[in-house]
Write a protein that binds this ligand. Sequence first.
Ligand SMILES: [Zn+2]
Length: 254
Amino acid sequence: MTPRELARECDRILETKKFRDYPGARNGLQVTHNKLVKKVGWAVDADIESIRKAGKEKVDFLVVHHGLFWGSSTLDRKIRAKRIGLAKRLGVAIYSSHLPLDAHPELGNSIGLLRALGLGKSKCKPFGVAMGRAIGWKVEGGRWRLRDLVNRVALLRCEPRPSRGSSFAGFATRVRVVAAGPVVCRKIGIVTGGFGDLDQVVKAGLDTLITGETDYPTEVKARELGINLILGGHRETEVFGVGGLAERIRVRGL
Ligand SMILES: [Zn+2]
């Protein structure tokens, strides 16, 4: 398949056309080449290091979550030109998907995080609207200790994952936690990346929000509202979608 054909297949899988996204997202093929795709890879960001690594590993179709078109300052344009130049030189096509890849009910970032936290068997409903569509999930019907949830989120940050039985002491400190809600959580919102819409959290009656990052004023408000925030890192919570999509198109054959 050519990069264009493969991108069309990705758009079909992710139902890209159904999504409105932020202007910088520009979902779809962002850099292409005229060869057939032989090796698919993934990265959360289309940064210079990921492109360089893709080239080194002979990846000629790189799936990313944060593409090349965020930001429009002179510096942004300069960085972008460098990245595009390198991708072209190395023959790396770049396919980017933002909100469709957060929201996808099987391959998406949010469902991936939910499963990785061991909540896959719980009752969940769509939650966390961005640009008119839910991109995350709310989980209820169980009881989860805040401490356990924090530890599970902390495990996501271990790279490479330590073998079973290793001590994880210390890792949890890298996850930001605002422990302002109950010690036993019953209604949890999960939205990957940067999500801080407490209006939605309050409206949904959640006691805990698990996301990648949020801003300081949101942390302060959460404390006042008695809501737990577990902030697992923007990148760390968004590895699932790109990995899942790359795997899916690899399995289908190129
Ligand atoms: Zn993101």
